[in-house]
Design a protein around this ligand. Structure first.
Ligand SMILES: Cc1cc2nc3c(=O)[nH]c(=O)nc-3n(C[C@H](O)[C@H](O)[C@H](O)COP(=O)(O)O)c2cc1C
Length: 255
């Protein structure tokens, strides 16, 4: 690869990670400051095919010792073919994006994860392969309703999990793969040119909550940043501009 190109990309990457003086000293006003209408807190459902998720979390077999959870959290890339239960999946969705409260007149959601300015710019998509009581296929999580909507079969897209994760074929054995997209305008409305770094910090919280919830349920997961944005976008019908993939995590049973 051309050395000049590599240097240029490294500089762009580092500049993105820094607060630039140019940004700080700018007289930038966000769309919120300009009184433009707030975008919706979540993406509207795309289908009528809804599944209520159970919330009887008290019935889960769960490790309650937080120090043990921290000690046992690790990345797991080998999964048995034991199905994940619907209640376990429901818990993982709640732990990563669950809504606890709606503030103001739909001004913000307060969730199980923090998010800069409570913007929560993410959407959760799933490829389900082995979850008790759920047809295999592609799903979208509706956090306000704590429901899943069934989108379509995975096979019809003719793209493998391995392809979406740039050759990481170990993920094929996952019971469910979490794919998180970002709808950037949700945080740009408030923070504009300052929105993007905090958004990446936000997704780290989501991924960590999945790790911790999996550790508590003795399930395996592994954060995956090496994904192919284009094939993920094709699988879930994202436009790759106003909504695109930011992180993924396969989940499966360990015993
Ligand atoms: C942001 C992020 C991206 C990662 N991407 C990948 C990945 O693409 N493939 C992979 O096998 N592991 C990936 N991992 C897992 C790391 O390799 C793993 O966390 C690290 O080796 C430390 O192991 P531990 O999680 O068991 O402590 C990723 C982890 C994080 C937090």
């Amino acid at each position: 690869m051309d050395e000049k190109y590599i240097k240029k990309m490294i500089t762009i990457g580092r500049d993105f990670m820094k607060f630039s003086e140019e940004q700080e000293n700018s007289d930038f006003e966000s769309d919120q400051q300009l009184k433009k209408p707030q975008p919706p807190l979540t993406k509207a459902p795309m289908t009528d095919s809804r599944i209520d998720l159970p919330k009887n979390f008290e019935d889960l077999e769960i490790i309650n010792d937080f120090t043990r959870i921290l000690t046992e959290r690790k990345s797991s890339r080998v999964y048995t073919q034991t199905p994940v239960t619907l209640l376990q999946l429901s818990y993982l969705l709640w732990a990563t994006q669950g809504v606890k409260e709606i503030r103001g007149q739909n001004y913000a959601t307060i969730r199980t994860v923090p998010s800069g300015g409570a913007r929560h710019p993410f959407e959760t998509y799933l490829v389900i392969q082995n979850v008790e009581g759920l047809e295999n296929g592609c799903y979208h999580y509706l956090p306000m309703e704590h429901q899943l909507e069934y989108l379509h079969s995975f096979e019809e897209k003719n793209i493998s999990i391995t392809t979406t994760l740039v050759g990481q074929s170990w993920a094929e054995k996952a019971a469910v793969v979490f794919y998180w997209s970002i709808v950037p305008y949700r945080c740009e409305w408030r923070y504009g040119i300052f929105a993007h770094r905090p958004a990446l910090m936000d997704i780290g919280h989501v991924g960590e909550n999945l790790y911790l919830a999996c550790a508590a349920l003795e399930l395996g997961t592994c954060g995956v940043a090496a994904y192919d944005g284009d094939s993920c976008a094709k699988v879930f019908g994202l436009d790759n501009k106003e909504e695109f993939m930011v992180y993924t995590s396969p989940v499966g049973c360990l015993k």
